[in-house]
Design a protein around this ligand. Structure first.
Ligand code: PLP
Length: 413
């Protein structure tokens, strides 16, 4: 069998910085009870303690890696003359949104209206909602939000929805900003071409709507494996959106915003003409799904951004041979595949299928484990994992520097 390459998952897990730290952890890590944690979180005295002392499962974000990821994205997109408009659905955390804006992002995206409301209430103004609001109640709320936040822009993909938004904007006494969502695939958006153009022309005639441009996001393309393959497929699949963008321009319609893409295509979408910004989400945290897709400089592991988000978990059971049970199951990590990666352990297979328990099976381990030991995990998929927690611990040099509320956690409406 070929030996694992320098860039393989196995090597990545044992050579990454956090991996080394995890291997240094020995048994009897001590820790805090849930009650201790609540009282400490309230008076913020958790700051300064080691992440290995946190009660678990604990969602942690490494501050140096997070800020490096933000800086890397800014400099790479800047080099391609395209802006970032990070998606807030990934972190649901106003503190992180503010870091992204401070680093130069042109705005924050929101997937859900309730998410947008949380960001706006925390003082964030440039918000682009990438999902359309179709029910009367949501449309009313969207207009109420627009009334207090003049930089709120929302997606539209149906003519009737445009008329409904226009009526609600009129009732609220305002002109609401919208972008036409052009579909790639079949998830959402108006089909590219004639129907997208007709929708934009309709929006343009409605007195209480202001057309701001186009969004066009390709969810599938983000995880196509292999950079060359992703490059070719992304640009092919995006071509109808570019043609429609050209038709908007020729028709004199606004193309001030032409936004799309994500972490997997951040360095591909800017090659398409007209693109103004990329809606990158996961790059700040990374996760197993993204690490597996490979990048331009590394075909096996996507190393453009560092995995900053981890869950620290406690070993609960080691009675059984080649088996370890932890306290992080589906409610701590979700059922997303692939299973979590255990930092520092290249042969562990982690099954988070049980609600409250993680079950690890292995043939060989880098060390021996006992009840109370801690392990650190890279999550399968960052967005839904973050949504499981009220707060994340902002860690520097393995110590808690701050406790950040995940204020829009659970805001799925
Ligand atoms: C509309 C839209 N834009 C951007 C993103 C961000 O994608 P990623 O996390 O892959 O960067 C998402 C994620 O699902 C999305 O739905």
């Amino acid at each position: 069998m070929a030996s694992p390459s320098r860039f393989s998952r196995r090597n990545f897990l044992v050579t990454s910085g956090t991996g080394a730290a995890a291997l240094c952890v020995s048994g009897n890590a001590g820790g805090y009870t849930a009650e201790d944690m609540r009282s400490r979180a309230a008076d913020d005295t958790l700051t300064g303690i080691s992440k290995w002392e946190l009660d678990t499962p604990a969602l942690c974000v490494d501050l140096d890696k997070l800020t490096q990821n933000i800086a890397t994205m800014q400099s790479k997109l800047g080099g391609m003359k395209v802006a970032s408009r990070p998606h807030g659905k990934t972190h649901k955390c106003p503190t992180i949104a503010k870091l992204q804006l401070a680093a130069g992002s042109v705005g924050i995206c929101a997937a859900k209206l309730s998410e947008a409301e949380v960001f706006s209430a925390s003082g964030i103004e440039p918000i682009l909602m990438t999902t359309s609001n179709v029910t009367a109640g949501k449309i009313r709320r969207a207009m109420a939000l627009r009334k207090t936040n003049h930089q709120f822009v929302q997606a539209v993909d149906y003519p009737q929805n445009a008329r409904d938004l226009n009526d609600a904007a009129k009732e609220a006494g305002l002109v609401a900003d919208v972008v036409v969502d052009i579909a790639i695939g079949t998830r959402s958006g108006v089909p590219a071409g004639d129907r997208a153009l007709a929708l934009a022309q309709l929006v343009d005639t409605l007195p209480n709507l202001k057309l701001r441009g186009i969004i066009s996001y390709d969810g599938s393309a983000q995880h196509f494996k292999g950079f060359r393959n992703r490059l070719e497929q992304t640009l092919n699949r995006f071509a109808p959106s570019v043609e429609t963008y050209d038709r908007f321009k020729r028709a004199g319609l606004s193309t001030e915003i032409f936004s799309g893409g994500g972490t997997g295509t951040y360095n591909i979408l800017p090659k398409a003409p007209g693109v103004t910004d990329v809606q990158v989400g996961s790059y700040i945290f990374m996760d197993c799904q993204y690490l597996e897709i490979g990048g331009e400089s590394n075909d096996e592991v996507y190393t453009d951004f560092a995995p900053s988000l981890t869950v620290v978990t406690t070993v609960l059971n080691t009675y059984f041979p080649k088996s370890i049970t932890t306290d992080a199951g589906a409610k701590a990590l979700t059922l997303n595949k692939p299973g979590p990666w255990v930092i520092g352990e290249k042969d562990f297979s982690y099954n988070a299928g049980s609600d409250e328990f993680g079950v690890i099976k292995y043939e060989t381990a880098g060390r021996s484990y006992t009840v109370g030991d801690k392990l650190e995990l890279i999550v399968p998929h960052c967005d839904p994992a973050v949504n499981e927690y009220d707060q994340m611990y902002a860690i520097r040099n393995d110590r808690v520097e701050a406790v950040w509320p995940i204020a829009a956690r659970g805001r799925s409406q």
